[in-house]
Design a binder for this molecule. Structure first.
Ligand code: AP5
Length: 216
């Protein structure tokens, strides 16, 4: 199964992908994580995108298309997985169309789109209090999902960070960018694949259960 997780920044895509990946034996592909890795490693690509990401703007379609191409090929080479969860891609109409072409070329398709719908105020609060592990990508929240030891990842012991783009003015910009450039691409999927809208304001377990009911 190939699943596309769609939603505003902070709607819970990464949190849900981490859970669904293990339960459904899927590979989690997050363009945000791939880009942050490049920034952390100081690659040429990382240097190019660092400022753009810190400002909450979108990286160019060409750059992310290249990343997604590689990621999809890696997933296909891993026969322990039954498909993938795409998180954070596509984010523009160009990316949606490119993805469609890429998948058609390799005889694959998106089976369903899960849309996480969350109120703007809730998203701002969640992102302001999020902490992330750059090593294993685990996601925490100082208000509702703190780590056992402050500042340390429960899973790998890595140091937790408050992402640069989780500052108030950047969060507001990211939400505006989502409304302007990303939300409209749902129209592209509306009549092509099964599209499930989930109330992402619910507690994490309830959101996971609601997604599982729709996709299994
Ligand atoms: P990316 O990393 O994709 O960020 P995003 O889409 O803004 O999403 P987030 O990671 O902020 O949030 P999330 O929905 O995963 O929520 P999470 O589960 O962490 O992209 C970052 C940047 O990279 C972009 O701004 C752009 O610059 C660039 N980029 C990436 N992809 C690109 C592309 N395709 N094209 C161009 N540029 C691209 O949850 C958030 C918090 O809420 C956590 O603390 C969590 O514990 C908590 N939480 C989760 N669910 C619940 C719940 N149900 N109740 C209460 N709290 C909850």
């Amino acid at each position: 199964m190939n699943l596309l997780l769609f939603g505003a920044p902070g709607s819970g895509k990464g949190t849900q992908a981490e859970r669904l990946r293990d339960r459904l034996s899927l590979q989690h592909v997050s363009t945000g994580d791939l880009l942050r890795d490049a920034v952390a490693r100081g690659t040429e690509l990382g240097k190019k995108v660092e400022g753009i990401m810190a400002a909450g703007e979108l990286v160019s379609d060409e750059i992310v298309l290249e990343l997604i191409r590689e990621a999809v090929e890696n997933v296909r080479a891993d026969d322990t997985k039954k498909g993938w969860i795409l998180d954070g891609y596509p984010r523009t109409m160009v990316q949606a169309k490119e993805l469609n072409g890429l998948l058609t070329d390799i005889g694959e398709a998106i089976d369903c789109v899960v849309v996480l719908e969350v109120d703007r105020d809730a998203v701002i609060s969640r992102l302001s209090s999020r902490r992330s592990c750059p090593e294993c990508k685990a996601v925490y929240n100082v208000l509702n999902k703190p780590p056992a030891v402050e500042g340390k990842c429960d899973k790998c012991g890595g140091g937790l960070v408050h992402r640069k783009d989780d500052q108030p003015e950047t969060i507001a910009n990211r939400l505006d960018v989502f409304q302007d450039q990303t939300a409209p691409i749902l129209d592209f999927y509306e009549d092509k694949v099964a599209l499930h809208r989930i109330d992402g304001n619910m507690p994490v377990d309830d959101v996971t259960a609601a997604i599982e009911r729709q996709v299994q």
